[in-house]
Write a protein that binds this ligand. Structure first.
Ligand code: MSP
Length: 649
């Protein structure tokens, strides 16, 4: 919660990977952040709202290669998609950071160096399960199979235990400081259940963290040791510092750091609630106030994923209902910490009942009466009765509760309160029956009072709705012929009796047309199948290399002298090979297709000048070439004997 004396508010979203196009899940976090940013601006705080993209790492390198693009080309394209969506959703970010920006890279390198000098980063050997096909280390949580190996969760193939040189962050040293910090700052992780998860995880002990890779090219090089690139999470988390001036604008940085709230999905909680504060402690920087882990949006009770084909495309919904309806639905339907299910039925139901009926009808009916009975400009209202005073005092109470909920990031509760009050206005109108008063000429002052009270209430409530539905709030104020926009009034200045129309009120159009469920589902499906037809398989663009580049590879004929299995693996063979001028040892992942005795005496091609690697603790001094079919290797052999060591070109 913001402290009383604070004059700034710094909110962030995760930075999104550019190997995927934006979907409802990404939109959700960003909409929460936008609502909070807008609310704090209304409060009169100076707000910085940071979002952006996470552009380095193996996943992006790989996706780009599959699409025949460079990683930067892929990133540029996807960044365009994100920015376009944020524009359509009225996301009022202050800066969109990209981790490929020079100032970010420099900032990350600087912190890396600082921690290295301090001894919180050191060089060691990383041992982990590596998936050859995904070219990726498996996360530590992947369980060991009873046979003693791990299966890659992405491709389902067996992974290999390998070792490589790596820089480590001394996370183990921060176990106690973190536990103390959590205890002193119970609001650091929210909701509370997530804090409990984090604490119990940290209590189990923390291992040092490998934070560089030699297998990934597309990343920030380790300063002074460019064979290593910085692990994408170490790189990415620091965006929260570099995005507000760390190492390039001291004044800005001082003003906004530490962040008030990092909004994240629950899947990336450990990175933010454990690694991130530990990195900051090591760097001697203040820690963020809150990491808020929100739940997941599911589609028809299952997790959305590209492969299931159930990812919700926000553009489709936006086209049909506009930004505010989507913003409202996502923020209203579930408490921020919980998972929610996105079904077309519940979406249509909410739009129709909350927006078209409760809000839209109220505005339309009231304004239409002002036009019909007073030609758009109401007379001097008659004296206030008790129920009129009640409407205004209930507004004050609602405002207070809404503020408390917004301050507590409980956006759905704030919206609930707003709707309780909308119903209070509706009931006030039903009880006071202005349509009957209109038929009695002597009741004109009373009629004016009832409509005046209603206009005040509508103006006030739409102001409170502004953080979530900025366009609608603005539109309602315009319909009410207000000179100012909701954004131009500070929360503390908002009063119930502050209604003055600049011009006569005009007959309004419906704010939210009702949706027909069948038609809505039909349109979504139609659009989906049209999309499918349009998506042609991506034609891979060939990335040519020059003959010079090819010549750098030293391909040679090798003859197998001896072969044996590598103990504890199903895939690996240790081969002694004759390269003509020398003997070498290579480790080859071919044991599932070839028994050791099948290979003895055989000849095949190896890359002789490949940098040696340690696989399963054994050095491999070269690599044989093989095709892969259904996950199994097929080695090309020669159709006649060739002297070992003969060059292949
Ligand atoms: N690049 C990292 C974050 C680095 S932050 C220093 C990343 N990117 S992501 O694009 O995969 O995901 C970004 C966010 O979107 C995560 O917080 C994730 O939880 C959220 N969502 C992705 N799909 C989601 C849903 N279906 N529902 C709600 N949010 C989900 O992780």
């Amino acid at each position: 919660m913001a402290e009383k004396s604070k004059t700034t508010f710094y909110v962030t979203t995760p930075i999104y990977y550019v190997n995927d196009v934006p979907h409802i899940g990404h939109a959700y976090t960003t909409i929460i952040a936008d609502a909070l940013a807008r609310y704090h601006r209304q409060k009169g705080l100076e707000v910085f709202f940071l979002t952006g993209t996470d552009e380095h790492g193996q996943k992006i390198e790989k996706t780009a290669a599959e699409k025949g693009m460079t990683p930067k080309e892929l990133a540029d394209r996807v960044v365009g998609r994100f920015k376009e969506l944020w524009k359509q959703l009225n996301i009022s970010y202050d800066y969109f950071i990209r981790t490929t920006e020079q100032f970010h890279e420099a900032g990350v390198q600087k912190i890396f160096q600082k921690l290295l000098a301090k001894g919180d980063i050191y060089k060691g050997t990383y041992q982990g399960w590596y998936c050859i096909s995904e070219e990726n280390f498996l996360s530590e949580d992947v369980p060991l199979e009873p046979e003693g190996y791990k299966i890659c969760p992405d491709c389902g193939r067996k992974a290999t235990l390998i070792e490589e040189e790596s820089y480590f962050f001394r996370l183990s040293a921060y176990q106690q400081p973190l536990l103390e910090f959590y205890q002193q700052n119970p609001q650091f992780v929210r909701p509370q259940t997530r804090m409990n998860e984090v604490v119990s995880f940290v209590k189990q002990g923390l291992k040092d963290l490998s934070i560089t890779r030699t297998t990934v090219k597309w990343g920030i090089p380790v300063p002074g040791d460019p064979r290593h690139t910085i692990y994408v999470w170490f790189d990415a988390l620091h965006n929260y510092l570099t995005g507000i001036g760390y190492d390039w604008n001291q004044e800005l940085f001082q003003k906004f750091w530490p962040a008030d709230v990092h909004l994240i999905g629950k899947d990336i909680l450990r990175f933010h609630a454990i690694f991130w504060p530990a990195f900051l402690m090591a760097a001697g920087l203040p820690l963020p106030r809150t990491v808020y882990g929100h739940g997941w949006w599911l589609k028809d009770e299952t997790k959305m994923s590209k492969s299931r084909g159930n990812v919700l495309d926000p553009y489709l919904i936006l086209e049909k209902v506009g930004a505010d309806a989507l913003r409202y639905f996502l923020l209203r339907e579930i408490p921020i910490g919980q998972d929610g299910n996105f079904s077309h039925e519940s979406f249509v139901q909410r739009i129709n009942s909350d927006l078209a009926n409760d809000l839209g009808n109220l505005v339309q009916r009231t304004l239409t009466m002002v036009v019909n009975y007073f030609a758009g400009k109401i007379d001097e209202p008659g004296e206030e009765k008790e129920e009129d005073l009640r409407l205004s005092s209930q507004f004050a109470e609602t405002k207070q509760k809404v503020i408390e909920f917004y301050d507590d990031y409980a956006l759905n509760r704030a919206l609930e309160e707003i709707w309780v009050y909308l119903n209070t206005i509706n009931k006030y109108l039903a009880d006071n029956e202005p349509w009957k008063l209109a038929k009695q000429p002597d009741q004109r002052p009373r009629l004016a009072r009832v409509l005046y009270q209603s206009l005040c209430a509508i103006k006030g409530i739409s102001y409170l709705l502004y953080p979530v539905m900025p366009e609608t709030a603005g539109k309602i104020w315009q319909l009410l012929a207000q000179k100012k926009k909701p954004v131009e009034i500070k929360l503390a200045e908002l009063k119930f009796y502050d209604f003055q129309a600049e011009e006569p009120i005009q007959r309004p159009e419906a704010l939210f047309p009702r949706l027909d469920l069948k038609e809505f589902i039909g349109e979504m499906d139609k659009q989906k199948s049209a999309d499918k037809k349009e998506t042609k398989p991506e034609v891979k663009r060939m990335e040519y290399i020059t003959h010079e580049e090819f010549k750098k590879m030293d391909l040679r004929v090798a003859k197998v002298l001896s072969a044996e299995r590598v103990a504890g693996t199903n895939k690996l063979l240790k081969l002694q090979i004759d390269l003509g001028t020398e003997q070498r040892q290579i480790i080859a992942g071919v044991a599932e297709a070839y028994a050791p005795e099948d290979l003895i005496g055989k000849e095949f091609i190896v890359i002789a000048n490949l940098q040696p690697a340690v696989i399963r603790g054994i050095e491999s001094q070269g690599m044989l070439l093989a095709a892969e079919l259904d996950g199994k290797p097929i080695i090309p052999f020669f159709d006649r004997e060739v002297p070992p060591g003969t060059k292949v070109k």
